[in-house]
Design a protein around this ligand. Structure first.
Ligand SMILES: [Zn+2]
Length: 349
């Protein structure tokens, strides 16, 4: 991927992108930029081996959990509207593990790239030297203090912005690979693509909970810390995933299957959360709070969303001015309907 990006986009921009592995045994990834303001992108992405190892273990354990008869019975009795099999039928169990692992590793890589494309380090440094090297750590255990105030809001908003870039890049790459790729027989592309999207959505839950590092998954204000709650990240990612998947299917002359995609994405996100909280962790949250409901059914998220929208509207112009490349659909956006909901008087809802 680094080679492809280097030979294509980065070469055209006279910039450079490098990649490396870190050996410290922790689940982490980071993005480093020493781009000069107005100059070509100078970027570096680092993933820890331990991150790759644990993403693989998560894929294995999740697929074993989802193919287990007890889980199937539990889901059938708990979710009246559960739509599909718990793992895509078009893949063998080994394929599911493999695709889930590669999907999640690719997504994390693209999330780091998302920070770099939009030069988030510069936004977070807020007015420091134009020549400073900036670094964004996904898990910074050595951080001197927990972020709060404006710094925390900017950090959360830019995490969501990097999620948006990552999900868009991942789905486009997946469509290129599966929808009409050489590996897929004519006519099978849509099923295989949809299967890969389902597994990617399950992976996102695992990744978000991993990066939450044992913190409460609840969405709270005032905003503190560097990363948003996994529940919020999933609520925001789910509509992004089914809307873009529908668009990509239609662009390749397949049926959009909107209804199926909506329930499938919800099921994948919920199953992922269920796995992270109960099968893997010692979850104490009420299950109903963990599951994707749609933002309009989440009045309790309004104060948090208000802070995110306010800070995003403020920093978005400068982020767009320094964004080096990327399709428009990669940019974090909020619908008018959502804005009206968030800024409406809560007593009227
Ligand atoms: Zn990040």
């Amino acid at each position: 991927m680094t080679q492809n990006l280097t030979d294509g986009i980065y070469k055209n921009l006279n910039g450079s992108l490098s990649f490396g592995w870190a050996t410290q045994p922790k689940f982490n990834a980071w993005a480093e930029s020493d781009t000069v303001v107005g100059g070509p992108p100078q970027h570096k992405i680092i993933l820890h081996y331990e991150l790759a190892r644990l993403l693989y273990r998560d894929a294995e354990n999740f697929c074993s959990f989802a193919s287990n008869e007890r889980t199937k019975r539990l889901i059938q009795t708990t979710f009246a509207d559960h739509a599909t099999d718990l793992l895509p039928e078009c893949f063998t169990l080994d394929d599911c593990i493999h695709n889930m692992f590669l999907g999640s590793l690719t997504w994390v890589y693209f999330h780091e790239l998302g920070h770099l494309m939009q030069e988030h380090g510069r936004v977070r440094n807020d007015g420091s030297s134009a020549y400073a090297i900036t670094t964004i750590q996904e898990l910074d255990a050595q951080a001197a203090q927990i972020l709060n105030g404006r710094q925390a809001s900017i950090s959360h908003a830019t995490e969501l912005a990097a999620d948006s870039e990552a999900t868009t890049l991942c789905l486009i790459a997946s469509a290129r690979h599966f929808l009409k790729g050489p590996l897929v027989d004519d006519g099978d592309g849509a099923e295989v693509f949809i299967g890969s999207v389902y597994l990617l959505t399950c992976s996102l839950a695992c990744i978000f909970y991993r990066f939450n590092a044992g913190s409460s998954p609840q969405v709270v204000t005032p905003i503190t810390g560097s990363h948003p709650s996994p529940i919020y990240r999933l609520e925001l990612s789910a509509p992004h995933i089914y809307e873009l998947t529908e668009l990509l299917l239609k662009a390749s002359d397949f049926d959009g299957q909107r209804r199926r995609l909506v329930s499938m994405t919800k099921q994948a996100a919920d199953l992922g959360s269920f796995f992270c909280n109960y099968a893997q962790g010692a979850g104490t949250e009420k299950t109903i709070n963990l599951f994707v409901k749609g933002f309009l059914q989440r009045p309790e998220f309004k104060p948090y969303s208000k802070e995110i929208l306010t800070v995003w509207d403020e920093i978005q112009p400068s982020i767009m001015a320094s964004r080096h490349f990327g399709v428009e659909l990669g940019v974090l956006r909020f619908t008018e309907e959502f804005r009206n909901f968030v800024f409406s008087d809560s007593s009227t809802t």
